[in-house]
Ligand binder design. Structure first.
Ligand SMILES: Nc1ncnc2c1ncn2[C@@H]1O[C@H](COP(=O)(O)OP(=O)(O)OP(=O)(O)O)[C@@H](O)[C@H]1O
Ligand SMILES: [Mg+2]
Length: 441
């Protein structure tokens, strides 16, 4: 069953149960209320009659009283308690006798009498002074009250039907409002399942809105991931294919004896260097895969940053000198951080070697502490990062002019992120690129 139908049924059932209980309570109470009310009315009428009688005719002028009563449309007895006898009644003699036979007139506790198949509600009013022993007993047939009860029942029943209809409509409206965004969201999820990412935003509130927002974020993330994955495979296969084709070309040439001995010699040299290059690429890819998936390859230790930068400079100096440029470095003393030393060194070297390759005449390394963060900047005065690659320079196999394999920065980022740091790139004051690494203390 659909969620909307389930909710509508549940809501309606709940409302119906509440209304049925209310209706039952009212219906069962109403007859008691009517009886009580009738007794009150009878008592009032009786008291009025007794008063009139006392004032105008002395206590017991039965004959005159009888005449007045015949004019009223009342069912009543005048009863003499002392002698246990009916003095007069507005009913026919036969009926009055029947009543007297069927019911104990002297029992004042009993409020309902039986005659034939009918029950009667009674009300007794004593004449004053009490010693006279005279009582007025007024009666109303219960069937009269049942007619009122019946008409009440019909009315309540109609109200009940209208209420039930309203309940169904209201619950249908409410559940529709609740469920519509969910079914829209379901359609969007189906689209994502088919990898269509042109999803539309859904109007919703509360938790459903939160779920919808998470779905959009998830879809965007998935799309981004699929795109990077796709470019990664394209770039990787291109990067691996080039050396393989070179090797294949030389190998076939040598096998078919097309090359002279000297050319063959040269070909073998090229093949060896290309195989080495492939080995480097594959090792770096394996390293990257490990950095991403195996946190255990990291062995964080306490590092003295100044010593770490010295190691970087020591390794970079030969290449700096070879290129005839200058390398300056400035490190605040006594800065330590917690990271895998060997891997962080590798990340820094990747960035510094890029800098050496691209620099015009100088490179600068600076380390300073800002609050609880350590900021390492590596700047050069080269041509800077070209616009085309700037946005995804840290992705695998992304490289620009003068690039090699395009894995260096991807490796650097993976290492820095695993050390809970961040790396960004911008333009340096020297004119070229500036990489900023932000690490926790
Ligand atoms: N300091 C820099 N100045 C200008 N461009 C740079 C600089 N550093 C990196 N780049 C650009 O970023 C690209 C990606 O750098 P990355 O280090 O990831 O790869 P690579 O140097 O080409 O190859 P390798 O994997 O051997 O490091 C480079 O190809 C280059 O175009
Ligand atoms: Mg590099």
């Amino acid at each position: 069953m659909k969620l909307q139908s389930q909710l509508t049924v549940a809501f309606t059932a709940l409302l119906l149960v509440i209304m049925a209980v209310a209706w039952y309570v009212i219906y069962s109470l109403i007859l008691d209320l009517l009886i009580q009310d009738e007794q009150r009315q009878l008592k009032k009428t009786g008291e009025l009659l007794v008063n009139v009688l006392n004032e105008q005719y002395g206590t017991t002028d039965v004959q005159q009283f009888n005449e007045i009563l015949q004019d009223q449309n009342l069912q009543m007895f005048m009863y003499d308690r002392k002698h246990d006898q009916v003095l007069l009644s507005t009913m026919s003699n036969q009926v009055a006798k029947g009543f007297f036979k069927n019911n104990d007139f002297s029992d004042t506790k009993k409020t309902q009498w039986q005659y034939g198949n009918e029950r009667f509600v009674t009300s007794r009013i004593i004449f004053l002074p009490e010693e006279s022993g005279l009582e007025l007993i007024l009666l109303t047939p219960l069937s009269d009250l049942r007619i009122v009860q019946q008409s009440f029942f019909t009315r309540i029943f109609f109200i009940f039907i209208i209420g039930a209809l309203a309940a169904v409509l209201i619950s249908y409206y409410l559940t529709r409002k609740l469920v519509t965004p969910l079914s829209k969201l379901k359609r969007q999820l189906k689209k994502i399942e088919k990898r269509q990412f042109d999803i539309e935003h859904i109007k919703a509130t509360g938790e459903i809105k939160e779920v919808a927002d998470s779905v959009y974020e998830m879809a965007n993330e998935l799309q981004r991931y699929m795109n990077t994955q796709q470019t990664f495979f394209q770039n990787a296969s291109h990067e691996l294919k080039t050396p393989l084709m070179t090797i294949q070309g030389y190998a076939e040439g040598i096998k078919d004896g097309i090359f002279t001995e000297k050319e063959a010699e040269k070909g073998l040299e090229v093949m060896v260097s290309e195989v080495n290059r492939l080995k480097v690429i594959i090792n770096e890819m394996i390293l990257l895969a490990k950095l991403d998936s195996e946190p255990s390859v990291y062995e964080p230790v306490k590092i003295d940053v100044s010593a770490l930068i010295n190691q970087v400079v020591d390794r970079a100096i030969p290449f700096v000198n070879e290129k005839g440029i200058t390398l300056r470095h400035e490190v605040q003393t006594n800065i330590t951080l917690f990271a895998d030393e060997e891997k962080l060194l590798r990340a820094l070297l990747n960035i510094v070697f890029n800098g050496i390759r691209h620099a015009e005449s100088q490179i600068e390394i600076n380390v300073l502490k800002k609050g609880r963060r350590i900021i390492i900047t590596i700047a050069d005065d080269g041509e800077g990062i070209s616009k085309e690659v700037a946005s995804n320079i840290f992705h695998r196999f992304v490289k620009g002019k003068n690039g090699e394999t395009g894995l260096g920065l991807a490796i650097a980022r993976a290492i820095i992120e695993q050390s809970n740091g961040k790396i960004t790139v911008g333009r340096s004051k020297l004119g070229g690129a500036e990489f900023e690494i932000n690490l926790p203390e």
